[in-house]
Design a binder for this molecule. Sequence first.
Ligand code: AMP
Ligand code: MG
Length: 444
Amino acid sequence: MPSIEQKHNLHQHGPMHSVEETKSIILQSVDTLASENKPLIDSLGQVLSKDITSHFDIPPFPNSSVDGYAVIHSDVVSASKNSPIKLKVSHRVYAGETANFELEAGHSARIMTGAPIPKKTSAVIPFELTNENLLNLGQNTRESYTIEIHDSPSINDNIRPQGEDIKKNTKILKRGAILKPADIGLCASIGLDSIDVFQRPKVAILSTGNELLSPGEKFSSGKIFDSNSYSLYSSIIQAGGIPLILGIAKDSIESLKEKIQESFDSDMLVTSAGVSKGDYDIVKDFLSKNGKIKLWSVNMKPGKPLAFGTLKRNDQKPLPHIGLPGNPVSSLVAFHQFVRPAIYKMMGRKTIEIPTIKAILENKIENADGRRVYARVFVSNKNGKLYASLSGSQASNVLSSMSTANGLAICPENIPVKNSGEIVDVQMLGWDELETDESLQDSN
Ligand code: AMP
Ligand code: MG
């Protein structure tokens, strides 16, 4: 027997699903995409589909970490400022050159940072610990001269050993790694210029509604500009997908059909609006007639009207279709809960959760009807403690308070109110403002 609440949750197309159920239904319907070999330079944020093993030692040869003089340690053990040791400088070695000679006792080589170490060298003395600045040396002359060493080094001082960074035949990155700039540099350091990664999903975006104008069009009465295509396009890029804008469909089955056909080469379709209970909310009808509808309503606020299903397409496997709500904040909040994890899974990511922190709430969040509330907040760091304050009106059409937010504070479905001073979980949507908030205010 369903409880009274559950009965109330029975929607015309089935029960209202929890956020977790919804996410799991969506994730079950999307697969990780195939692997591709692509230019390393374009792989930021993509996920490795194969381990990477180095076939080199890095550094590939021992080299100097300073500009200085390569010496034999035993020649200079007694060197000091007051009793310098004189060595004959018979070679110069610059970065990019080879050093196929042996240092002889009593000799030194002038050597630059990154240049290979001559054989028999057991330390490099930096210029500052010699009388080099008094010598007035010509820039590129290779003539011999005498240098005074003012300090006694330890063995191997200022020599970077071969393989210090990476040893030959070791794994440097594992399948599943999400490539960040240092990883890409690491791959380049072993000479790679292409790499095997999971493909980025192509995600088609369609806005629906007779009221919509494209930004750039002339305004006319009764209309509004389509902001969802723009915020979703950007969100898809941020999540790592490749967005494809289909434009605006009218509230008619024919218009939807025409536009949706253009999505059939993509990996997922995201529509906005047309999923609630109004007369023209026909996205759900379209989905049920042309595919399989799997859920219709989610127990969250904002974002309750949300459809998910798979659309039939001719020879290919069914296309996952997430029908986001029309209100600009609802569509973005639902994007983060459901579209982003789906994109992450398709691109091979193992961690798909939004990073969540705990913060001290500075206002009240009310939860009137037992839904999971995602409140727009601005999180700031005050003396090492994180505080979350509501970033403005929480109405689902008010996009400006999403713009001033950097996180979503969660009030769980079974908690009627979160009061000021309580600890809340906050999904962080951006980190950039977190540390700089107060310094920015100071400088204003
Ligand atoms: P609907 O789900 O079609 O009833 O739309 C809910 C609300 O979102 C309405 O006020 C719509 O005008 C608005 N809306 C729908 N699509 C968009 C869009 N692409 N950009 C901005 N607002 C929209
Ligand atoms: Mg509409």
